[in-house]
Design a binder for this molecule. Structure first.
Ligand code: F6R
Length: 365
């Protein structure tokens, strides 16, 4: 079953161009039409006043990315909450806010209970973004989008995450369309960007040998810091989670602008700092955050796309990801952080597909 791969995680990382194409195919076939989310969606989506996303772990980070898209493309307020927190607090509910749950397995207990709780508070409509057909969460939801990642066996989520991002991007554009905010021309442009996405992801996969060389250095470290800004902050979070989950290296992620509000105190020559730094509107800000790290002796490992114009220097290592792909850039930048975690784990000899203490589907509290 593993073919040329050593682990399911590695296989699933490499399956991403196909998983993405399969998921994108649904969007290309339907255009950004409400039907993508089920027969009830055409009536529901235009009446919404907001979106509330509930999820756990990596799926929660997909939700954090979606917040940027939903607010900027659709112009709809969006908040994102960890399901296990939401279900236990006295939350305020607006029935006109769509609940969106994100779950690879569709069986995560906290996410399921958060959905039930939202319903009990008066939310009438819920959309499930899920990878497993007919699992519990989509069955309890009015609207469904199934990602087409195929079975994900490695405990660490990889291809499910990037396909969730595509589903959420499609939701953002569709919401924008039904609200008259996204023109036909913009829709055509977004479809085109989706069409090219698997190719850019393949480019990122081809960086594996360079990333492995970095990972071998990381294997000797006890801690790592991940930085990103804007759309790429959730990717920094995802990179830190992947690294701690499978290599057991302690890792934390911060939006780079927060460095000087605390975490900069941790930085010295023993602290590798991974920076997700594509050429977006925040790049100059990220560059100045990087100088703060360098000035304290921190070693920088920068993922920069071809348009970011970075050069290597003492203590600054750069891997060039593909040409900047606009607002879908987080999907492309998820790949190098997955590969970094995978190879760091290999170098440390941990059980990549079955990390200690973790289960693939968390059906208990
Ligand atoms: C991390 C990981 C977990 C899951 C989380 C939610 O690599 O896989 O954080 O993302 O347990 O699982 P689902 O998406 O099945 O609800």
């Amino acid at each position: 079953e593993l073919g040329p791969y050593s682990h399911f995680m590695q296989k699933e990382i490499h399956e991403q161009p196909k998983a993405l194409s399969d998921t994108i195919e649904a969007v290309l076939d339907a255009g950004f039409s409400a039907e993508l989310f089920g027969p009830n969606a055409a009536a529901l989506l235009p009446t919404l006043e907001g979106v509330k996303i509930l999820a756990c772990g990596t799926s929660y980070y997909a939700g954090l990315t979606a917040k940027y898209w939903i607010e900027s493309i659709a112009g709809v307020p969006c908040d994102v909450e960890i399901a296990s927190e939401y279900r236990y607090r006295d939350a305020w509910a607006n029935p006109k806010h769509l609940i969106v749950t994100i779950s690879q397995s569709g069986e995560t207990l906290d996410t399921m209970e958060a959905l039930k709780y939202a319903k009990s508070l008066g939310h009438t409509a819920a959309l499930s973004i899920c990878n497993v057909r007919e699992s519990a969460i989509p069955r309890a939801s009015e609207l469904v989008f199934y990602t087409r990642a195929g079975a994900e066996i490695g405990v660490a989520s990889t291809k499910a995450f990037t396909t969730q991002l595509v589903a959420l991007f499609a939701l953002a554009v569709t919401l924008g369309k039904v609200r008259g905010r996204v023109s036909d021309e913009q829709q055509a442009q977004f479809l085109d960007e989706l069409r090219h996405l698997p190719g850019s992801v393949q480019h990122a996969l081809n960086l594996e040998p360079q990333i492995k060389a970095w990972a071998d250095k990381f294997a000797a470290k006890n801690d790592a810091l991940f930085l990103g800004r804007g759309l790429h902050y959730p990717i920094a979070l995802e990179g830190a989670l992947k690294l701690k989950e499978i290599s057991y290296i302690h890792a934390e992620a911060y939006p780079a602008g927060e460095l000087k509000h605390g975490p900069l105190a941790l930085v010295d020559s023993n602290m590798p700092v991974v920076v997700i730094a594509p050429n977006d509107s925040l790049l100059e800000k990220v560059k100045s955050n990087m100088q703060e790290v360098r000035a304290r002796g921190g070693e920088l490992f920068v993922f920069a796309d071809l348009d970011s114009h970075f050069s290597e220097s003492e203590g600054v290592h750069v891997i060039r990801t593909p040409r900047h792909v606009g607002v879908l850039s987080p999907v492309v930048h998820a790949i190098p952080v997955q590969l970094l975690a995978y190879h760091a784990a290999l170098a440390r000899g941990t059980d990549v597909d079955k990390p200690r203490n973790l289960a693939k589907s968390v059906t208990v509290e």
